[in-house]
Design a protein around this ligand. Structure first.
Ligand SMILES: [Zn+2]
Length: 464
């Protein structure tokens, strides 16, 4: 299971988001092959092909053939030595049988291109064959077939949208999290191959271009707006509730961090407010997902995007931005939480001052008829109890199906440590893998699943 969060992290690297968001036109030519950089800056490589012949060819047409296997070593700059032959880079390495590079099997053929004082090892193969070496790093083959098909379409769309991403290094995509993790034939799985073959050539398009097919592990019940995470607005990447309820290993999480550790991490990224003394969810989206945080320190206050905060603190610690914040030291939680059971157990809870946002929330809930008559009467007589009743109302609401279309924000939390109580894992944008799994279990097919998470896109077929 550990591969899931690892594969997710590639989408949340802020510095690369521009590439995802920029879009690229669907090419008119056939997108049949992809070149994948599987190793860079090398000075040697070994190839084998069972009992078959291996042919190395340079651009000039110079050729050398070998039986079964060959060792290739860098020879001066821009050339290699293979056996007794010296060939200028770039070269191709081909065989009629499946080739192994450093004893690992790969489909297609190889290209060695010069890079700095070494060469890059590039695997050139068909798009569908490439996906076979990718999908296992993205999904669990034991999941329902329709959710696997949806993931296959996402991975294919991603690859074609990002073709030539590493063009300056002589290949399309790298084999790491930065693009999509690719491990060749060793990563293939018969069930996933079936999901790939039954969706052959299918991609997700929007306005004639490949769509930005973001996905994450678990939305926690409601996906996020792309604008809250990366700032750009994309019509088909708006937050929406999950159609069915489900439980995942990441449905609920909680982590307690030391204020001093938070301060150190923020400071290392150039965010300084002096000695950090308080933390607050300043704004949320309509589902209650944190969008902005306020940091209070000895030299002032500043705000930070919740998604940026999550990346700085570690996306495996702050698993999502769908969190509320509570203090644990000292033991007076001056916050509102819709999910923290400890909050209602606290006995000194009746005199919690309300922030401006909480006042608005109280008003909104009153208009919705959430409070009981005796609660309203009591609040009228004893205004200091409004916080108490507000939290009680929030707890009642969180147990219901009804969407709270209001801005929920917390109070400033201070102390030695702060506790984040959250739901889901990942940035929350696009497809929720656990959501898609539960939809497939509920009988949805891959088309309906993709239409739900990427509304307004169309499934088209690329011809190879
Ligand atoms: Zn890459």
């Amino acid at each position: 299971m550990c591969r899931l969060p690892a594969s997710l992290s590639k989408f949340i690297i802020l510095s690369f988001s521009i590439l995802f968001l920029s879009g690229s036109a669907v090419p008119a030519f056939s997108a049949a092959t992809l070149s994948i950089g599987i190793s860079t800056g090398d000075d040697r490589a070994s190839f084998s092909a069972g009992n078959a012949q291996i042919t190395i060819t340079s651009t000039s047409g110079a050729k050398a053939t070998f039986k079964s296997s060959v060792q290739v070593v860098l020879s001066g700059s821009g050339a290699i030595k293979a056996g007794s032959s010296t060939l200028n880079l770039p070269v191709t390495v081909r065989s009629s049988s499946m080739l192994r590079w450093n004893n690992r099997p790969y489909r297609g053929y190889f290209r060695l291109v010069p890079e700095g004082r070494g060469f890059n090892v590039v695997n050139v193969l068909g798009v569908e064959d490439y996906l076979k070496g990718v999908l296992k790093m993205e999904v669990n083959p034991a999941w329902p077939m329709e959710s696997l098909k949806a993931q296959a379409i996402i991975a294919r769309t991603y690859a074609l949208r990002n073709k030539n991403r590493h063009g300056s290094s002589g290949f399309d995509l790298c084999a790491l999290n930065h693009c999509q993790v690719y491990r060749g034939v060793n990563a293939e799985d018969p069930t996933l191959t079936k999901a790939i073959e039954s969706t052959r050539g299918m991609v997700l398009n929007y306005n004639g271009a490949y769509a930005a097919t973001f996905y994450h592990s678990d939305s926690g019940g409601h996906t996020a707006n792309v604008s809250a995470v990366w700032g750009s607005s994309i019509p088909y990447l708006q937050g929406k509730p999950e159609p069915v309820n489900y439980e995942s290993p990441y449905s609920k999480w909680q982590v307690t961090l030391r204020m001093s550790d938070i301060q150190r991490a923020l400071s290392s990224k150039g965010i300084n407010v002096g000695k950090l003394s308080g933390l607050q969810v300043a704004s949320t989206d309509s589902a209650g997902r944190a969008v902005d945080l306020t940091l209070l320190g000895s030299s002032g206050r500043t705000s930070i995007r919740a998604s940026q905060f999550r990346m700085i603190m570690g996306s495996d610690r702050i698993r999502s931005t769908y969190f509320t914040i509570g203090g644990s030291q000292p033991a007076a939680p001056t916050y509102l939480s819709r999910s923290d059971p400890a909050a209602s157990a606290y006995s000194g809870e009746e005199n919690i001052p309300l922030s401006g946002k909480d006042e608005q929330l109280l008003l909104s809930l009153t208009q919705k008829g959430v409070f009981k008559t005796e609660e309203l009467m009591d609040m009228l007589v004893r205004p200091e109890k409004r916080g108490f009743y507000l939290r009680k109302a929030m707890e009642r609401q969180s147990g219901s199906e009804e969407e709270l279309n209001i801005q929920l924000s917390g109070s400033m939390v201070s102390g030695e440590t702060v506790t984040f109580i959250g739901k889901g894992w990942g940035h929350g944008v696009g497809l929720s893998q656990w959501g898609a799994k539960s939809l497939a279990e509920a009988g949805w097919d891959h088309k309906r699943i993709l239409q739900h998470y990427f509304p307004g896109t169309s499934i088209d077929r690329v011809s190879y």
